[in-house]
Design a protein around this ligand. Structure first.
Ligand code: ADP
Ligand code: ZN
Length: 747
């Protein structure tokens, strides 16, 4: 039976064993059409389901075999290397291979076909033109108008042409029917950044540190040796320019380069910079694009037209064939971790892909994740490149800590310390600009009862409600909102006071303290519209305001030369998060914010207001001392046995009823214990189940179990068995279990 063909198919049904495939017979007439990577429809348990062909053979491996019902696409949707990536992802993150595969090829699955546009050209020979002009001029002046327009400006669409000639589209149709116009159907590429012109931007001359970094990285690219570099460069050291030179090298070698930036840094400025160096060779991918736009860019990458990929997290999955270079800028950013299945980290995927293609990875940051930096210390597996000076000999800003406890003691109950207000006034008088950074919105404008101390929380999400102008309280997870009550709903006595700080309140107090100051605010409220983020930045950059007030959004990527002062209000909020990475987050945030100033010719200053000036994370950030922070934090992690000294995972159970969630979580804990015990030797820590710090979210109760071990192999085997025994399947109606490997978010 050698003329029979069998296909291994990944089917769209939940399976405990990640990546299980089923064999089907390929109908004879389908044989010449069917290839690896095709999407098909197959019978499964009495239903028809979608499947993906991931293997073909002449050998039958099961007795009773069913036939593939239908071929769903003309062309295969993925290649062998993309399938291999899906398998790796599924194995590492313990999720369904099909889910990983669908994530990798999602632009193709969601594509809206490339738009065809009909463009019009003159359909008559030039010899015939004078006669035709005469004739139309007498009988049909409208037709003549169209003809003149198309001669003058060929390639307009039907609507454009009619509008230009001041006639209705039926005139265009009539001319086309008479063959006086010729039409061509063309693919129109949706340009996600039509305004980013491609003119050449000036190339700067690299300084010595940049030059050294470029040489070292490019040597590895050229010799096709897989290597991982940590480019530890302080803010303003010119990392982007290093990236651009390395990308050039990768492209010169005929390979491709992927550059990942946090979503927030993917501003039109960045795109413009890349376009100015690489023109149409750049493809841009990010989450705010339409499905059509994303598919077009994906398609250009797949066809080899765009060897330079720039994008946020998911761009690491771009269909390049031979990535010679993958850059992860601001590699410590949490947005690189996907918070839904598959819960991959773009950095981990970058490392896998580069290893497979003998490519180079460059991890860039001023404040690397602990996990990264410890691999770049002597004896580690990454190469450390340090750029510890700012370009053009600029200074790092002077950072001063303001002890807010003293302010309170001396009777200042406001948001701003006296010194910050005085400094702001001074800067504005001198025509300079300032940024006021607020740590975390949502936690800020708590509503507290002065009598009983009650903090008003969302009845569904159990997180603090925030006060908004107009007298409403709002939950920033589920968007629940309610009129602010005048008296405390609990004790019925106390006046409610709006404690803490929101951007709106900061703006208001600022205007009161410094009359006449021009203040711009950037937060989730003012940036809901597409492009508004950029608009605000541009306004500020053009000098339309003296002070920019904002949250996390303004902490990174901003490069404004007029800014000479950054004020940080409530620096410590992140320190109080129930998370072992609280210190690291605080340090990163403060160090990044501090880097936003002094980028122009004038030096910059930073004022950090804090209630815990003695904390090592605050101290190290104030001194721009990453190494000191690293050593202190590492010794704490070591004592506690936390990452990077261990691998961690979290099992999260969610559901509408707390008792059911708790019971299910307890059962899962028993299961985990069983598999952990079966592996003697290396120790596996298991804690919980406990309510997650964010105990309720969108009406669901959340309980979690956290587990970690120094021995990743053991931890992984335990979790794999757990999953294979059904540990991740819904344990009851309305209940869900998620497994997160290397979790960043433990809330
Ligand atoms: P980082 O990402 O390391 O914080 P950037 O790459 O944003 O720093 O560079 C900071 C600024 O310095 C940018 O405006 C950039 O154009 C400029 N720059 C980079 N390299 C040089 C150089 N060699 N000479 C002069 N200016 C430079
Ligand atoms: Zn809520």
């Amino acid at each position: 039976m050698t003329d029979q063909l069998f296909a291994d198919v990944l089917v769209e049904v939940p399976v405990h064993e990640t990546g299980r495939t089923f064999q089907y017979l390929v109908p004879r007439e389908m044989q010449p059409l069917l290839h690896f990577g095709h999407r098909v429809q197959v019978p499964f348990g009495g239903r028809k389901v979608t499947g993906y062909v991931v293997g073909l053979s002449r050998l039958k491996s099961v007795d009773k075999i069913k036939e593939i019902s239908k071929l769903l696409d003309e062309k295969p949707l993925f290649r062998e290397d993309q399938y291999a990536l899906a398998r790796w992802m599924a194995e590492y993150y313990l999720c369904d291979t099909i889910k990983a595969l669908q994530t990798i090829i999602s632009p193709v699955l969601k594509k809206t076909s490339a738009r065809l546009v009909t463009r019009y050209y003159c359909g008559v020979d030039s010899e015939r033109l004078p006669g035709l002009r005469d004739e139309l001029g007498r009988r049909a002046p409208k037709s003549l108008a169209v003809l003149e327009k198309v001669l003058h400006n060929p390639g307009m669409t039907r609507g454009e042409l009619a509008a230009a000639a001041g006639v209705s589209t039926s005139v265009v149709d009539r001319l086309y029917a008479k063959k006086l116009l010729r039409a061509e159907n063309m693919v129109s590429f949706r340009d996600p950044y039509p305004q980013a012109e491609m003119g050449l931007m000036e190339k700067v001359k690299l300084n010595d540190l940049q030059q050294k970094a470029v040489v070292e990285i490019n040597n590895s690219i050229t010799s096709r040796r897989h290597r991982v570099f940590l480019l530890h460069g302080i803010t303003g050291s010119g990392k982007t320019e290093v990236y651009l030179h390395c990308i050039e090298q990768a492209v010169r070698e005929g390979r491709q380069a992927i550059t990942l930036v946090p979503e927030i840094s993917l501003t039109p400025q960045m795109v413009k910079l890349f376009r100015s160096r690489f023109g149409r060779e750049v493809a841009v991918l990010h989450s705010r694009m339409s499905d059509g736009e994303r598919f077009d860019e994906w398609d250009r990458i797949e066809r080899g037209e765009a060897p330079v990929v720039l994008g946020a997290r998911s761009a690491v999955l771009a269909p390049v064939r031979d990535p010679g270079l993958i850059i992860v800028d601001e590699e410590h950013e949490w947005s690189y971790k996907q918070e839904e299945t598959p819960r991959y980290h773009a950095r981990a995927v970058a490392l896998y892909r580069a290893q497979k293609s003998a490519g180079v990875v460059v991890l860039g940051s001023a404040t690397p994740a602990l996990e990264t930096y410890c691999r770049a210390t002597p004896g580690g597996v990454y190469q450390l490149i340090s750029m510890d000076k700012r370009v053009e000999g600029r200074d790092l800003p002077q950072v001063n800590l303001v002890d807010m406890r003293e302010e309170t003691r001396s009777g200042n109950g406001g948001i701003f310390s006296r010194v910050l207000i005085a400094e702001l006034k001074k800067r504005i008088a001198g025509g300079e600009q300032a940024i006021i950074f607020l740590n975390r919105r949502g936690l800020n404008t708590l509503v507290v009862c002065r009598a009983c101390g009650l903090v008003l929380k969302c009845p569904r999400c159990d997180i603090s409600l925030t006060y908004h102008t107009g007298g409403r309280l709002r939950c920033h997870y589920c968007n629940y909102s309610v009129r602010a009550p005048r008296l405390c709903p609990d004790c019925g006595e106390g006046q409610l006071s709006f404690f803490g700080t929101g951007t709106q309140r900061v703006e208001k107090e600022l205007r009161a303290a410094i009359p006449g100051a021009r203040v711009l605010r950037m937060d989730a409220d003012t940036t809901t519209r597409k492009g508004s983020h950029q608009q605000i930045l541009e306004e500020f950059e053009n000098g339309a305001a003296d002070i920019l007030v904002g949250t996390q959004m303004i902490a990174k990527g901003l490069d404004i030369s007029g800014v000479t002062l950054v004020g940080v209000v409530n620096a410590d909020i992140t320190l109080h998060m129930p998370d072992f990475r609280a210190g690291e987050r605080t340090f990163q945030l403060l160090a990044q914010v501090a880097g936003r100033t002094g980028r122009g010719d004038k030096p910059g200053d930073v004022l950090i207001q804090t209630y815990t000036p003695e904390h090592y994370a605050v101290q190290a950030a104030a001194r721009h001392d990453y190494l000191n922070f690293f050593q202190k934090e590492m010794s704490l992690r070591k004592t506690a046995g936390y990452p990077p000294f261990a691998k961690m995972a979290r099992v999260l159970v969610t559901g509408p009823e707390e008792s059911a969630v708790k019971t299910a979580a307890e059962k899962l804990r028993v299961m985990l214990d069983e598999f952990a015990e079966a592996r003697d030797g290396g120790r596996i820590y298991l804690v919980g189940p406990a309510p997650a710090p964010l105990a309720r979210l969108r009406n669901a109760h959340r309980w979690h179990i956290i587990t970690w071990s120094r021995d990743y192999g053991k931890l992984h085997r335990m979790l794999k068995k757990f999953r294979q025994s059904g540990g991740c399947s819904p344990p009851g109606k309305g209940l869900y279990v998620s497994l997160d490997i290397d979790p960043l978010n433990l809330m």
